[in-house]
Design a protein around this ligand. Structure first.
Ligand code: MSS
Length: 363
């Protein structure tokens, strides 16, 4: 096996045994490291940065971090210290990269070859964006999007629009969006967006803008490349364009986390995680014969709400030989994980239960 790559400095505190270092800016959680608990430990959570993470200076005086609010009736800059006085809520959500499951596409989409590990379930604490907006006199009439800008300093000599992390989401996400300063009950790590991060429960990872320093209510979507043409479902071979579906709301998904390669004959406990994205997950079925016959799993641990994932377990009787173990989740709206993926150029949004199966050798 290849030597494991060492962890870059800004994530030196992660557990090297639980992660796959694809590059300095893309680190994946090992499939088997998820375990049976609800919350993903910070030291095994995946990292995805489109730009190098900012210097640690930005978390030296967290409460001094400034955010500019635009497109409200009383536009203003507020510090993190000010935001903490406006309101506070805690929400548990699945954070999942749009490209999670890209490794299973067969047309060879470029980008990080994520398996299942560009996802985790985290507890966030911060102020509901709607409370900040109320304080600032409400959203200006005619605004349709919430546009958040990442606070990275951009390399000189390049058109900022081509590299900046600026994402627009529909205004209706104001119902659940949070400006979060804690993750898993600790100050937001720099690698995950500290001092302050936009958290959009139910939405793909890319919309959860880190080091957020500007929140604007806008009529149209950002013209930054990451929004205008990036992170869209486009046919293979086609260029990105604003009329293609943007990676916003997440659909229902699940995968098995154990066993992954081998098992002993007889009764085995099969573990995994399942979530509904925008909706709560209501059911998970597991098959040990590639989807011929299914058995309903039971959920483990506390229900942390609509946007959290639920670990599941089911007892399966396995005979000797190779078994294709797959899981299939259904959300409260009756949406079920499809057997096949939606082919698209960038390999986004894979929820195929076939693709996420594992072949286990039982002896
Ligand atoms: N933010 C910022 N500022 N920057 C960057 O780069 N990225 C994205 C988000 N946010 C970014 C941001 C992505 S893309 C993702 S996934 C996420 O984030 C991740 O997170 P973590 O914490 O894990 O690292 Mo895909 O859809």
């Amino acid at each position: 096996a290849a030597e494991p790559k060492t962890l870059p400095d800004y994530v030196r505190w992660k557990n090297a045994n639980d992660v796959i270092v694809h590059s300095a800016n893309t680190i994946e959680t090992e499939r088997g490291a998820i375990g049976s608990g609800v919350v993903t430990d910070s030291d095994k959570l995946y990292v995805r940065n489109n730009l190098p993470a900012p210097n640690a200076d930005i978390v030296a005086d967290r409460d001094a971090w400034k955010v500019t609010f635009e497109g409200v009736n009383g536009p203003q800059s507020l510090t993190l210290g000010d935001l903490k006085k406006i309101g506070v809520e805690t929400v548990t959500t699945v954070l999942q990269c749009s490209g999670n499951g890209r490794a299973y596409y067969q047309h060879g989409p470029g980008g990080t070859q994520w398996g299942t590990g560009a996802a985790g379930c985290l507890i966030w604490t911060g102020v509901p964006l709607r409370e900040v907006v109320a304080k600032l006199g409400g959203v200006k009439p005619g605004m349709n999007y919430i546009t958040s800008t990442g606070g990275e300093s951009l390399p000189a000599g390049l058109d900022p629009k081509t590299i900046m992390v600026e994402r627009s989401i529909p205004l209706k996400a104001l119902d659940q969006a949070l400006l979060a300063w804690d993750m898993n009950d600790e100050p937001m790590p720099l690698a995950h967006g500290g001092p302050l991060r936009m958290v959009v429960p139910g939405y793909f990872g890319v919309n959860n803008v880190k080091y957020v320093d500007r929140v604007a209510f806008t009529e149209g979507q950002s013209d930054a490349k990451i929004q205008a043409s990036g992170y869209r479902i486009r046919p293979i071979g086609e260029k990105g364009a604003p009329d293609q579906p943007s990676m916003w709301e997440m659909p229902v998904k699940s995968w098995v986390t154990a066993p992954l390669t081998t098992a002993s004959q007889g009764k085995n406990l099969v573990y995994g995680v399942a979530f509904g994205g925008m909706n709560a997950v209501s059911k998970v079925e597991v098959s040990a014969d590639g989807g011929e016959t299914w058995k309903t799993a039971r959920f483990l641990g506390p229900d942390m709400g609509r946007y959290a994932w639920r670990p599941f377990v089911v007892s399966m009787d396995l005979s000797a030989g190779d078994h294709r173990i797959v899981s299939r989740a259904t959300d409260t709206e009756g949406n079920t994980q499809p057997p096949t993926r939606t082919e698209n150029e960038r390999g986004y949004g894979n929820t195929s239960w076939k693709d996420h199966g594992v072949t286990v050798t039982v002896s």
